[in-house]
Design a binder for this molecule. Sequence first.
Ligand code: HEC
Ligand code: HEC
Ligand code: HEC
Ligand code: HEC
Length: 258
Amino acid sequence: MNRKLLAALSFVALAGTAAFAGTEAGSGVPGSIHDMTIYGAYGSGDPEVQQGRVCAYCHTPHHAITEGNDYLPLWSHTVTTQTFTPYASATIDANIDPTTMMEGPSKLCMSCHDGSVAVDTHYAFTGGKKLQQDDNLFSTPAVGEKGNLSNDHPIGFIYDDADGGIAKGPETGNPNLEDHVQGKDEWIRNKNATYAGSGLKIADRLWASASQGGKPIMTCATCHDVHNKKNKDKAGSTNYLLLATNEGSALCLSCHIK
Ligand code: HEC
Ligand code: HEC
Ligand code: HEC
Ligand code: HEC
């Protein structure tokens, strides 16, 4: 364990609910906010904790979970069983089917972030540290607690510029106002646009949905990089593992022409 990490840990211990400082943007999982070993020893008898294994809280090379979700990349973490309520509004054009909206990485994120499964539940170990728990360990609240994603940015819909698609805007610049007075869809960049400040395309971060005939859907991983490798936000007390920086709302402006 390096000194910076030790300093940060003692800071957390003193300050109680303070966020873990020091997730260096793009530096990978170890030492990041997704390195579960930084949250202290979960159950002293847990051999994963003793070895300080970072990937083990989410993945396993053998005996991975094979049931319960369409995408389980050598997954070792109990998957949430919540049912989810999607975002809805009078102006949204995208269709979100609640039964398939969590396809791809999203449901894996929710296996910790909806607060229903403890973050240290992996392999055969039943953990005790849930995100929504009233303790001093975690500083961010659950996202979609009890499956409620109705007040969160929409996910799980087809992100396409094909007929009926909702992302028909140009890759760069503004849409032609005269041609597109009727629709709102021209105000969202098509999937070949790149995230601000990176060569990565939106299309690279969409999920080919099996239930939608392989069409690309938006997921949590369309905005976030769980492994903190493509993170473009600044290092700091929080950097949100974002694919474009939050500064000047560059992430939002990668897609929304506003
Ligand atoms: C906090 C949970 C978590 C941790 C820790 C984690 N991963 Fe992942 N990993 C995921 C999720 C979720 C996905 C699904 C793809 C996505 O969301 O981008 C994934 C996908 C993958 C994939 C397949 C897709 C890809 O991006 O290549 C590989 C390989 C992988 N992880 C390797 C690792 C390794 C190696 C480690 C440890 C250094 C690690 N992961 C740590 C959650 C995690
Ligand atoms: C194994 C459990 C686990 C999984 C799986 C997981 N996370 Fe996390 N995540 C955490 C924990 C624990 C924190 C830290 C919470 C805190 O300190 O308040 C966190 C923090 C975050 C943060 C906040 C970063 C910050 O700087 O404040 C984001 C964003 C995030 N996760 C997104 C995701 C996404 C997206 C996925 C899926 C692709 C995912 N997580 C999968 C456990 C997990
Ligand atoms: C449209 C982009 C986008 C999508 C999709 C998205 N997020 Fe986020 N998320 C953000 C941004 C931006 C932040 C930084 C906080 C802010 O700006 O308010 C954030 C913050 C977070 C945080 C930090 C704590 C908090 O509540 O602010 C967590 C945890 C998180 N997201 C998890 C998720 C999970 C899980 C999903 C999928 C269900 C998801 N996000 C989908 C953009 C997104
Ligand atoms: C990867 C592309 C992408 C990113 C990044 C993104 N959005 Fe979106 N957003 C969309 C799409 C697509 C929709 C669905 C629009 C529709 O169907 O009308 C949407 C929907 C919304 C809506 C709801 C619109 C309505 O009519 O109710 C709001 C508000 C919004 N986004 C704001 C944001 C903000 C703020 C950010 C940055 C934190 C952001 N978005 C980041 C693509 C994105």
